[in-house]
Write a protein of this length. Structure first.
Length: 262
């Protein structure tokens, strides 16, 4: 028996940072998304939850520019956007942090932090990299948002997966990103690293950075999210505030026992 309940988001601000409106996507005869809508505001941590094949990755790939929606629209800061590539989405301020996000493993933490944005001085036409300044900025930024690393000079390839994710998120925060998409950030992490990752998400969200958290781990997600959107077979079957539901409620939405729609 399906119980249909109604919940309504109350907008804390006049305009969401990111809005998805009635997005649908088909792959041949498979409908991956059906009229999906969601909103993300400053300081939100929205849990995008659902089982394998629910449509979470498809939605994130549309937002991050990996492929277009067949129907529907995406708005960033109130303006309709259409990204033809992940680089276009990144340039617009959307950062996707994957479980195995690419880094230059042989380069240092600070070199990865400033990749493509190196600080240089020109001396008689010769560009001199300001390594010391880059190291100081990297260390201060990571320290300010609670990221602990052995050294800003350490090779990033020698760090743990959780530390790499934290550095990527810190880099994004420093360069003025508008919304972060965290795709299964705890999947390859141990208990201690996951705990640190949860703390980092809390600290960064307190500074106003909106986050969409995609996770199979409902218990972990509930420690940091303030809103949730549940997908099942490409359709939104649950949306609302975390405080209005329990972990068991969300599991029931994922399995199809109930629907709670905003």
């Amino acid at each position: 028996m399906v119980i249909l309940l109604k919940k309504v988001f109350q907008n804390e601000e006049n305009q969401p940072i990111l809005a998805v409106r009635n997005v649908s996507k088909n792959f041949n005869k498979v409908q991956a998304l059906r009229n999906v809508s969601m909103e993300v505001y400053n300081g939100d941590v929205v849990g995008l939850l659902g089982d394998n094949g629910a449509g979470k990755s498809t939605l994130i790939n549309i937002i991050s520019g990996n492929f277009p929606a067949d129907e529907g629209e995406v708005f960033l800061e109130g303006k309709k956007v259409h990204f033809n590539s992940p680089s276009e989405a990144h340039s617009a301020g959307i950062e996707t942090v994957y479980q195995n996000s690419p880094v230059c493993i042989d380069a240092s933490v600070y070199e990865n932090f400033f990749i493509g944005r190196e600080l240089v001085n020109n001396f008689l036409g010769i560009k001199i990299v300001r390594s010391c300044d880059m190291q100081k900025v990297t260390l201060k930024t990571l320290s300010d948002i609670g990221i602990s690393i052995p050294s800003e000079k350490a090779e990033i390839g020698l760090l743990s997966g959780g530390q790499r994710q934290a550095i990527i998120l810190g880099r994004f925060f420093h360069w003025g990103g508008k919304v972060a998409l965290l795709d299964e950030p705890f999947a390859a992490l141990g208990v201690a690293e996951s705990r640190n990752g949860l703390k980092l998400i809390r600290d960064v969200s307190k500074k106003g950075l909106p986050i969409i958290l995609i996770s199979h781990n409902i218990e972990y997600a509930f420690q940091v999210i303030n809103k949730y959107v549940v997908l099942r077979h490409g359709k939104v079957v649950g949306a609302g505030r975390k405080e209005d539901v329990s972990v068991e409620d969300v599991v029931s939405m994922i399995t199809g026992a109930i629907e709670i729609n905003g």
